[in-house]
Design a binder for this molecule. Structure first.
Ligand SMILES: Nc1ncnc2c1ncn2[C@@H]1O[C@H](COP(=O)(O)OP(=O)(O)O)[C@@H](O)[C@H]1O
Ligand SMILES: [Mg+2]
Length: 203
């Protein structure tokens, strides 16, 4: 039985560049919004429901398959339910590494190692991790790292080098004279330039 099916009945407004949530189930609280979906906390649970925008709903099935493959692997949320336009997964308390940078929270080398461990485990299961960037990595209050947004881990697809590039940037970040806090505006501008000129634009 699909327990959360009705919760996925979300109304979006897709006029202009950004997508906004117009209406959602009263047991949901908007938590985050990405480029393909809105993520809501489900009241009274430790879960979130990721509801894909119209035009992106096919990603639900793709992400579902990846979560099934990774079931029980540390550093990844667990999946509880999936439907035609949504998935239900563990809520991960904490901050994305993007938020850490904008709030000046120190990003320790041990967090970078944890991401590497997670990617290694995913590859060992035959997946090809891609789209690993600061907004898709969550640091929990007890110093544990979780990866989310896994649709682009699917087997046999083009692999990007974002994470390797981010690790190069991390070497810079660690230098004592480098700032440890950056404005959203600057990070978004760098991300835009990176997507447009460095990362494979065909992806
Ligand atoms: N399991 C989760 N726990 C806590 N926050 C999450 C979770 N999944 C997503 N989020 C938040 O929602 C945002 C959008 O989710 P994401 O899966 O990255 O969507 P998209 O595929 O559209 O990029 C994330 O950047 C993060 O802030
Ligand atoms: Mg994302």
């Amino acid at each position: 039985m699909r327990r959360y099916h009705d919760y996925a009945d979300v109304v979006f407004d897709q006029s202009g560049h950004e997508t906004h949530v117009i209406r959602h189930h009263d047991q949901l609280e908007l938590h985050g919004i990405g480029r393909s979906a809105a993520v809501f906390r489900i009241n009274g649970t430790a879960l979130v429901i990721k509801v894909f925008f119209p035009g992106f709903t096919h990603i639900a099935a793709e992400e579902h398959v990846i979560y099934d493959t990774l079931q029980g692997v540390p550093h990844f949320p667990r999946l509880y339910e999936a439907g035609p336009n949504y998935i239900v997964i563990d809520y991960i308390a904490g901050k994305t590494l993007f938020e850490c940078l904008t709030e000046g929270i120190w990003i320790d080398a041990s967090y970078i190692n944890q991401v590497d461990e997670a990617l290694l485990a995913a590859r060992a299961l035959g997946l090809t991790p891609s789209d690993v960037h600061l907004r898709n990595i969550i640091l929990s209050p007890d110093g544990r790292i979780y990866l989310i947004d896994l649709a682009r881990f699917r087997q046999g697809q083009h692999v990007d080098h974002q994470w390797e590039d981010l690790k190069r940037m991390y070497r810079l970040y660690r230098l004592p004279f480098m700032p440890k806090r950056y404005s959203k505006r600057l990070l978004n501008a760098v991300a835009y330039l990176y997507r447009t000129f460095v990362n494979d634009p065909r992806q």
